[in-house]
Design a protein around this ligand. Structure first.
Ligand SMILES: Nc1ncnc2c1ncn2[C@@H]1O[C@H](COP(=O)(O)OP(=O)(O)OP(=O)(O)O)[C@@H](O)[C@H]1O
Ligand SMILES: [Mg+2]
Length: 385
């Protein structure tokens, strides 16, 4: 990399120049893989709000596992309700890995399309057939890996929250049969938004995933945010004094995407001749705020359901934190219903719990959007009287 190339990575799915604050989780994942199929963390999920670094961590864990002899089969559940099934994508990657380890002309195993077993699959319902096929491929790969002195197979699924029930049951049953029933080293690592705990996981067909070890991926601490900013700057020969570093770290709120955006803008300005001083830091914070609005908050707001937006609009009447009981009263909704929205909005990182029965906006921009939404609702009500 040329010396002036900006090391910061303000885009989703891009590995940061310096990964901080994730050693504990990475260590736990590798320990579980080493321990084998009986370990509760042999199948694990990384769950957290948008942009907290789940994909980054997934890729890092995957790389560490590969270095320890695991063969990774990675598929992303990119779009909810996509036409292509995720279990088919996982099967394709698994077959590619089998080919890579054992060219077809040297194959001793019969292959997955032919053979006496596949004929008897014809009578099975489609999901069971898919699951057998995936199970057989993963099992075959695990045997190959073991025969070549490797550790095992790691199935990796990003954007887990988009998983469809049918995919879930095919993948779960294949992995469960291999790891739990046959004690084969076929592990699972998934990453996705935390609301799956209340949306997907409680559903029938997701029992296997319910039992996965769940790692919560949250914002970094102030100290970690300072490191994530200062280390790449130092490496590039740029020093930020401690006061300014603190100011920047506080402004990012430890949110990994914001850290990368701030670092990126500071680096750009400095390499165009600006001084690294308070004004330069404030300007980079402003750019970071704009990036946050355009790339995080607007997409989050657009994806919220009308009911979630109404919940936020009802909260926006308060200057400080809101009492959930007040929000329920304003919406004329039952506490149970309101609690579901509260949980979901917390999991999506839009609001945070700040005390017993109290919630607050996680970000001022979301609060502004909620106030505008309330104004629209009021205008609509007045207009329709
Ligand atoms: N531990 C970390 N330290 C510093 N920066 C990080 C860290 N983890 C992730 N980042 C940066 O944060 C941003 C978001 O990371 P990533 O895309 O992994 O998040 P995500 O949780 O997968 O997002 P999404 O919910 O949209 O899938 C990227 O710019 C990445 O480089
Ligand atoms: Mg991601």
């Amino acid at each position: 990399m040329d010396d002036t190339a900006n090391p910061f990575t303000p885009s989703f799915g891009s590995r940061p120049p310096f990964l901080v604050g994730r050693d504990g989780t990475l260590g736990e994942i590798q320990k579980a893989l080493q321990a084998g199929p009986k370990h509760p963390g042999f199948a694990s999920l990384l769950l957290g709000p948008r942009g907290t670094g789940k994909t980054t961590l997934l890729l890092e864990a995957c790389e560490q596992a590969e270095a320890a002899g695991w063969v990774a089969c990675k598929a992303d559940a990119l779009v909810p309700n996509a036409d292509a099934s995720l279990h088919q994508a996982l099967l394709d990657v698994t077959l590619d890995q089998i080919d890579a380890l054992q060219p077809p002309d040297k194959r001793t195993v019969s292959g997955l399309q032919a053979g006496p077993l596949s004929a008897s699959w014809d009578n099975l319902p489609a999901p069971q057939r898919s699951s057998r096929r995936l199970q057989r491929a993963l099992g075959e790969l695990a045997d190959l890996v073991a025969a070549q002195g490797g550790a095992g197979v790691l199935a990796v699924v990003d954007e887990f929250h988009n998983l469809r029930a049918q995919d879930a049951s095919v993948i779960a049953s294949a992995i469960q049969q291999l790891a739990k029933d046959q004690d084969k080293p076929v592990a699972l690592l998934g990453a996705g938004l935390a609301h799956v705990e209340h949306t997907l996981l409680p559903h029938k067909g997701f029992t296997f995933f319910q039992r996965c070890k769940r790692h919560r991926i949250l914002n970094l601490s102030l100290l970690e945010a300072k490191q994530a900013i200062s280390v790449p700057l130092d490496d590039g020969g740029m020093r930020l004094d401690d006061d300014l570093l603190c100011r920047a770290a506080v402004a990012t709120n430890g949110y990994p995407y914001a850290i990368q955006s701030f670092g990126f803008h500071l680096w750009e300005a400095t390499h165009q001749g600006a001084a690294i001083d308070a004004a330069g830091v404030d300007q980079a914070i402003e750019h970071m705020d704009d990036d946050m609005t355009a790339n995080v908050l607007v997409p989050i707001w657009d994806r919220l359901t009308p009911k979630s937006r109404d919940f936020l609009a009802a909260m926006s009447a308060d200057d400080g934190p809101s009492r959930v009981a007040d929000v329920a009263a304003r919406l004329g909704a039952t506490p149970n219903l309101v609690n579901n929205y509260r949980r979901r909005l917390i999991d999506e990182g839009v609001i945070s719990a700040v005390g017993y029965g109290l919630v607050d906006f996680a970000n001022d921009r979301i609060k502004e959007a909620a106030r505008e939404h309330q104004a629209e609702l009021d205008a609509f009500r007045t207009g329709s009287k």
